[in-house]
Design a protein around this ligand. Structure first.
Ligand code: ATP
Length: 153
């Protein structure tokens, strides 16, 4: 007997050709950062970087701190993000990020200053310094600096 309880995923697999593009949405609690059609996406999951092509198997993961890149033709765009959720479907990737900035929105001077502050705290001998917090601030600053610099190069 054929079950009527087939999942949307198995329907997708049996009825549809593999998608050739990905609809990428990047939102923060404040605003939509990007919405568009792309060829490939790389995201900083908190277990490491994931490369996603059209037709990827569905999954959910946590977003960490790092660079998001997406490709449209030969053009690669860079963003920085920290924390959130990643939802992947064969034709769609949704990133709900605590913070996300496109390379053009990144204030490089602010990020360099945040990096210097974090490095100063990390090299301090003060027992009251919250080292884990300073380490995360450093990671956010480095991610912003890298996204801005990669975009410019
Ligand atoms: P800072 O110490 O400079 O505030 P931070 O890492 O503590 O940096 P977050 O708490 O991650 O900042 O972000 C707070 C808000 O400021 C978010 O909306 C984030 O997108 C924005 N933001 C932080 N740093 C930058 C930057 N260098 N350029 C553009 N926007 C930034």
């Amino acid at each position: 007997m054929v079950s009527n309880l087939e999942s949307p995923i198995s329907n997708f697999e049996s009825n549809m050709a593999l998608p050739e593009k990905i609809h990428l949405e990047i939102v923060t609690p404040e605003k939509q950062i990007f919405s568009g059609t792309v060829d490939a996406v790389t995201v900083p999951a908190n277990t490491g970087y994931l490369g996603i092509l059209p037709g990827h198997a569905p999954f959910l993961a946590e977003l960490g701190i790092g660079e998001i890149t997406y490709k449209v033709g030969i053009r690669i765009e860079y963003l920085s993000c920290s924390w959130g959720f990643i939802e992947v479907l064969p034709d769609r990737v949704a990133l709900l990020a605590q913070t996300a900035e496109t390379a053009s929105d990144i204030d490089l001077k602010r990020a360099e200053e945040a990096k210097a502050r974090a490095e100063k705290l990390l090299s301090s001998k003060d027992p009251n310094v919250d080292f884990a917090r300073a380490q995360l601030a450093l990671m956010r600053a480095l991610s912003r600096i890298n996204a801005a610099k990669h975009s410019a190069s």
